[in-house]
Design a protein around this ligand. Structure first.
Ligand SMILES: Cc1cc2nc3c(=O)[nH]c(=O)nc-3n(C[C@H](O)[C@H](O)[C@H](O)COP(=O)(O)OP(=O)(O)OC[C@H]3O[C@@H](n4cnc5c(N)ncnc54)[C@H](O)[C@@H]3O)c2cc1C
Length: 434
């Protein structure tokens, strides 16, 4: 399929290095109306969250929404049926400046955290799998290199990753250690024959993008210290038999993204490819913070798509005396609950994004919005699915796909109960993990 990305580029690609951070937030650049008769309730933006955005953020969101609705939406159904991910999607996103969008320099757009969340929201309105592939590239791998890499690593990887020409994967989860990555078994030790190299051995599982990744950010325990370190593995430099990345097939969620394992057997990695100054779980968790933020706004996009589709269906479907389903109170309550959660979730995520750019967001705040927005998106999507009756079972009504995807968003990057434990520890001062 040929995608005329240039159409979008010509019209409105995200300006590289646009100075969003210096803009005053929360809509003060827009005059506030005081006339009550000008107040309008918009069911698509019930709390007028758009008023909190800068003009540049609105422009970024519009660019992303246009691309997603015109070029991603038409192919998602078949991709989901075939369990197929087209890596060209990352190049298309790269052409529009959507990858690593918060990064300053290295060919990245340098937009605000909120703007990057609006990108994830636009993509996830189509499919959480497309958003996952993008988030891994942008937040987990590019973000990790930008925050923790050497200057040489940044120059080597970031510009090509920003174009989507190099694809990244982030390997933290292992077959025996998911919620508890601190117990990981993957080990890095000095290579027995290659001076200046480490040898990595172990397995990672449920890794987004791993079968198609060119560069794999893998977390392993350094044998000498027992501390977790980050390593950038270049697939092209791995001798045969030292790195395998088989796909995990027959998923019942996130089928439009590609997921796999990473098997390393004495995989040689230059010492220069290790992140220099970060050890322990602080490394992976700082990448996860940004990615979790993207999920928090992203899932509100999936939920808003469910609301719009359920509303339309309820207006058109007639039962009992020719009444549309929308006339019935139980149907209205489902829509009211979902719209309320989507609106609250959006406003809360914008607030955390603003704090993040000021250096004032804590991991607990991000846990709170990630957990709440994922839980509410999954719950409401499941309830809205009922409005479609038997038709919900057909994939052409789109809602079942969101429900299956949203289960995954609630599970990965910290399952919701794990985020509850993070919050519970902060509230009580007592940790309940073990
Ligand atoms: C499609 C997909 C893509 C993914 N992509 C990536 C990726 O790119 N990179 C990556 O590293 N990982 C990825 N993951 C892995 C994901 O992050 C893990 O699945 C997640 O962290 C949960 O780990 P687990 O599956 O091992 O579950 P477990 O850790 O076994 O947890 C199972 C259940 O037990 C609960 N539980 C665990 N410990 C406790 C406790 N102390 N108290 C109470 N409840 C507890 C959990 O909340 C959960 O409900 C992906 C997963 C999926 C499904």
């Amino acid at each position: 399929m040929t995608i005329p990305v240039s159409r979008f580029l010509a019209r409105r690609a995200i300006p590289r290095a646009c100075a969003l951070r210096s803009r005053v937030a929360f809509g003060v650049s827009r005059p506030m109306s005081t006339a009550a008769d000008q107040a309008v309730f918009n069911w698509e933006d019930p709390l007028a969250a758009k008023a909190f955005l800068t003009e540049e953020e609105i422009a970024v969101a519009e660019t992303a929404e246009k691309y997603c609705q015109e070029l991603l939406l038409p192919r998602v159904l078949q991709a989901y049926r075939d369990e197929n991910y087209d890596p060209k999607i990352l190049e298309e996103m790269g052409d529009l400046g959507l990858l690593g969008a918060t990064i300053q320099g290295y060919g990245c757009a340098g937009v605000s955290t909120v703007a990057s969340g609006l990108i994830t929201k636009a993509v996830e309105r189509v499919d959480s799998g497309y958003r996952s592939g993008m988030s891994v590239q942008s937040s987990l791998v590019m973000g990790g290199i930008y925050e923790m890499g050497t200057e040489e690593q940044k120059e080597k990887y970031l510009p090509e990753m920003a174009k989507g020409k190099l694809i990244g994967a982030f390997g933290l989860t292992e077959p025996n250690h998911g919620s508890d990555p601190g117990s990981m078994e993957t080990v890095a030790k000095p290579h027995p024959t290659k001076t200046g190299y480490y040898s990595l051995s172990g397995s990672k599982t449920w890794i987004t993008n791993s079968p198609i990744a060119d560069v794999l950010l893998v977390w392993a325990k350094l044998q000498e210290t027992g501390k977790i370190r980050g390593f950038l593995i270049d697939r092209k430099d791995c001798p045969p038999g030292t790195l395998e990345t088989p796909a995990i097939k027959n998923k019942n969620g996130l089928r439009a993204s590609i997921t796999g394992m990473i098997h390393m057997d004495g995989c040689p990695v230059p010492a220069a490819n290790m992140f220099p100054n970060i050890e322990g779980l602080r490394g992976p968790f700082s990448c996860l913070n940004s990615a979790r933020y993207g999920i928090a706004l992203g899932v509100t996009g999936a939920l808003e798509d469910c609301i719009a589709r359920a509303r339309q269906y309820a207006l058109e479907r007639k039962q009992f005396k020719g009444n549309p389903l929308a006339k019935y109170q139980l149907i209205q309550k489902k829509l009211a609950d979902a719209a309320t959660d989507a609106a609250y979730g959006t406003v809360a995520a914008i607030q955390v994004g603003r704090l993040k750019d000021q250096g004032l967001a804590t991991p607990e705040m991000i846990s709170m919005v990630k957990r709440q927005n994922c839980d509410r998106a999954l719950h409401n999507a499941r309830v809205l699915q009922e409005i479609f009756g038997g038709n919900a079972v057909s994939d052409e009504y789109m809602i079942g796909r969101h429900v299956a995807n949203l289960y995954v968003t609630q599970t990965y990057e910290g399952q919701s109960d794990i985020h509850a434990l993070i919050l519970g520890r902060a509230i009580t001062g007592v940790q309940a993990f073990v």
